[in-house]
Design a protein. Structure first.
Length: 360
């Protein structure tokens, strides 16, 4: 055998020979372009060694009885905890940066990993843009290679790139500073330090006037002024500023968990999904001529972050079906047999002269 072929599935009943699927060394052909019969010999009546299988048992072709994509089945919901209303963000005449009116587009927030390093219309230009790692499957962590960000999959949106200009994290009207987009245990000392610097330069603010709007009926009216020490002033301002952060600014997008006995809340993990269909391959760059909403139509009306906004199988079948004018619809177009992550480096004792000699 010339090539290493990693196992397809640990519970598979049998392993076909290489030549039963690949018509290799017979001209300029794509070795992965195998007939559906090579897949359906198992998947048309799927069985597994030693236990039941978690996959659909009877799939004969993509056109006829392929099930709806798993991510879109009725019991599935998006596990993300970030509150995002797509419908609201796609409205015309939306209030944008510096009071301007804007019309947002999908590419303002959704770009491939290869394109994420450029400028973003609603991102923070001061923050360092980190190019996301390649989201394409099958790259071994130990493989010595130069990572090339892919255009196949969309990179997860980040606050710094897509939200910062419109959704400010300014925490006090006295200061132009915004808190870092980080955990509460990082934000708290930042707020305290900024307030300490401020009051050190503005000692007059230690004389706090009474706020008539906070006077309570049938309660004694407090003095017109209170004279605070710098630590007292910082403690009061920090409490007020953080209450606004936790209960309004952060809560607008994040799920906050208030634990008894803890002064700071916990932020629920975002759980943003990078790949909704890990067992299939898809390349956005090959579908660039298609408008985003023609496939992701549900995004224009979605108001819940739990909605899975992928196109269903019917959308794909509109182009991917049998016929000379149709796009490829055989199994290999989306699925792979060998797990690329398990491949091993090839070793050979043949020289170029050996190969040329055998060719003649």
């Amino acid at each position: 055998m010339c090539h290493d072929g990693p196992i397809h599935q640990a519970k598979q009943v049998f392993t076909p020979s290489c030549a039963s699927c690949h018509a290799d060394h017979r001209g300029a052909i794509r070795l992965a372009a195998t007939g559906d019969a090579n897949c359906t010999q198992c998947h048309a009546n799927l069985t597994a060694r030693g236990s039941s299988t978690q996959f659909v048992r009877n799939v004969a072709s993509f056109e006829s009885n392929h099930p709806e994509f798993a991510a879109l089945r009725p019991e599935r919901r998006d596990p993300g905890t970030i509150q995002l209303n797509h419908y609201l963000h796609l409205q015309p005449n939306l209030l944008g940066p510096n009071g301007s009116r804007v019309q947002m587009a999908c590419a303002d927030c959704h770009r491939s990993a290869a394109d994420a390093g450029g400028p973003w219309p609603y991102g923070d230009s001061k923050s360092k843009t980190e190019i996301p790692k390649d989201l394409s499957p099958g790259i071994s962590k130990n493989e010595p290679s130069i990572p090339v960000p892919s255009r196949a999959y969309m990179a997860p949106a980040t606050y710094a790139q897509t939200c910062a200009v419109c959704h400010s994290l300014q925490f006090d009207k006295r200061l132009a500073d915004a808190v870092p987009h980080d955990k509460p245990e990082v934000i708290h000392p930042f707020v305290v330090a900024k307030l300490q610097d401020y009051i050190a330069a503005h000692q007059a603010d230690l004389r706090v006037p009474r706020d008539p709007s906070r006077d309570l009926p049938e309660k004694p009216i407090p003095a017109d002024y209170r004279l605070l020490t710098p630590p007292q002033w910082v403690a009061e301002r920090a409490t007020e500023d953080e209450q606004l952060l936790w209960r309004k600014t952060c809560k607008q997008c994040h799920t906050l968990l208030m634990e008894e006995g803890s002064a700071l809340p916990k932020i629920a993990p975002s759980n943003i999904t990078a790949r909704y269909m890990p067992h299939a391959n898809f390349d956005h760059s090959q579908h660039g001529l298609v408008d985003c909403a023609s496939c992701h139509a549900a995004a224009t009306t979605s108001q819940q972050s739990s909605d899975v906004l992928l196109p269903g199988i019917a959308t794909c079948r509109a182009c991917h079906h049998s016929g000379a004018e149709a796009a490829e619809s055989r199994c290999f177009e989306c699925h792979t047999y060998h797990d690329p992550a398990q491949r091993k480096p090839a070793h050979s004792n043949f020289s170029v002269a050996d190969l040329l000699a055998r060719a003649h």
